[in-house]
Design a protein around this ligand. Structure first.
Ligand code: FAD
Length: 393
């Protein structure tokens, strides 16, 4: 495997780093305090093409290769994790499945405005009682003369407060289990889809997360995404690929925590020396750097497999599993190295510690990633749990 980046990939990384350092990093704490990535910042990112990274060029996007996309998400997360998830959800779990499974009409009518960032996407699989076991979802779709009526509610939908377009997974017949689940496209402003109140969260407080209600929500047949009964297959395929982006987000969070910790260790003095001179601190720095390198390599490996068209699902889960747990370890060590200063709500590492926490939960928990990896290694016959390997962010 060649670990060198191409000139184009370096160009993507460097330009997003410059943008993120200028526009996001200095304001990440203010975004969190305000509880939002401000609309002017989202507009600026849109003008820079960040919401079209996975939109095909013929619909106005930049169609980045999987590794370039990871580099972009890592740089955004290094500056502001909440912004990175806002961008990645619209790209990887809304625009990407529409590009892959949408009708020509859906692609033509939706993807150009998604690429311009005018239409932000939300992906709604999780329900209050069905997260890891997504096939147990209860939102109902009923056929009508013109199309479908949706009834139910979704939980924890990222971007819900800002989205113009929601992918809703609903069942046409609960007796069919996962084979009854179908994906639908719902526009904001549909009278059958009142907005839910924002979740109060431990971290990623500047990202929008809310329930989505479907109250006799009528949609035309043309707004079904893919065939009836194919919804779970679309969700799982989408999440397999999107997990690589979450792994990249984790690498970015860990990298930021590492940079804060090394800078602090060099400057903070105790017993007449910079604390960076103490063996116990050096060991933590070495472990943090090793964790980050391993996470980045697993992420880039999964992205490279995907780019070549090879099977990548197992490596995507490995990357997501390792990178999310590494981000938590690294952020915890960064707090430790800061001592009380790291416990202050004014410290960037305190925010990074809280932002990292969700990464072992969303897009499929660590427990579910391990089941997915083991099933792919051992074959599905030895695994009898009816797992639908977990939703997303
Ligand atoms: C900030 C945030 C943003 C999110 N964004 C989105 C989004 O945009 N769209 C969306 O659809 N969802 C989203 N989610 C939901 C997220 O994907 C789910 O929370 C996640 O899949 C876990 O589901 P759950 O919370 O219901 O936990 P549960 O499934 O109830 O799991 C609880 C615990 O049991 C464990 N567990 C469950 N089943 C097994 C098993 N078979 N073996 C071993 N352990 C198991 C889990 O690992 C976990 O530790 C988001 C969540 C958060 C917190």
């Amino acid at each position: 495997m060649d670990f060198r980046l191409t000139a184009d990939q370096k160009g993507v990384r460097d330009s997003i780093r410059e943008l993120a350092d200028k526009v996001l990093r200095p304001r990440a704490a203010a975004f969190e305090a305000a509880g939002e990535v401000p609309a002017d910042v989202r507009r600026h990112l849109a003008e820079m093409g960040l919401f079209g990274m996975l939109v095909p060029e013929r619909f106005g996007g930049s169609a980045l290769d999987p590794l370039s996309y990871c580099l972009a998400i890592e740089e955004l997360a290094r500056a502001c994790a909440a912004t990175s998830i806002t961008v990645s959800v619209s790209n990887s779990v809304v625009a990407a499945p529409i590009a892959a499974h949408g009708s020509d009409e859906q692609k033509q009518s939706l993807l150009p405005s998604m690429a311009r960032g005018e239409l932000l996407g939300a992906f709604c699989l999780t329900e209050a009682h069905a997260g890891s076991d997504a096939a147990a979802l209860r939102t109902r779709a009923t056929r009508t003369a013109e199309g479908y009526r949706l009834q139910g509610s979704k939980a924890w939908a990222t971007n819900a407060g800002w989205a113009g377009l929601f992918i809703i997974f609903a069942t046409l017949d609960p007796a069919l289990g996962s084979r009854g689940i179908t994906a639908f496209l719902v526009r904001s402003g549909n009278p059958g889809q009142p907005a839910g109140p924002p979740e109060r969260k431990m971290g990623l407080r500047a990202s929008s997360t809310a329930p989505v209600y479907l109250d006799d929500c009528e949609i035309p047949s043309s707004d079904r995404l893919g065939e009836e009964g194919r919804g779970m297959a679309i969700a799982l395929e989408t999440l397999d690929a999107a997990r690589i982006g979450v792994a990249a987000q984790c690498v970015g969070i860990a990298q930021a925590a590492f940079e804060e910790a090394t800078a602090y260790a060099r400057g903070r003095r105790a017993f007449g020396h910079p604390i960076a001179e103490f063996g116990a601190v050096k060991a933590q720095i070495a472990d943090m750097a090793t964790d980050i390198d391993a996470a980045r390599l697993l992420t880039h490996h999964a992205a490279s497999l995907r780019a070549t068209g090879a099977e990548f699902g197992c490596q995507a889960s490995m990357a997501k599993l390792w990178a999310s747990e590494a981000a938590n370890r690294v952020a915890a060590r960064a707090v430790q190295i800061h001592g009380a200063a790291g416990y202050s709500a004014d410290s960037p590492v305190e925010r990074l510690y809280r932002d990292a926490r969700v990464t072992t939960i969303y897009e499929g928990t660590s427990e579910i990633q391990r089941l997915v990896i083991a099933r792919r290694l051992l074959g599905s016959r030895v695994h009898s749990t009816p797992i639908s390997p977990g939703p997303l962010a």
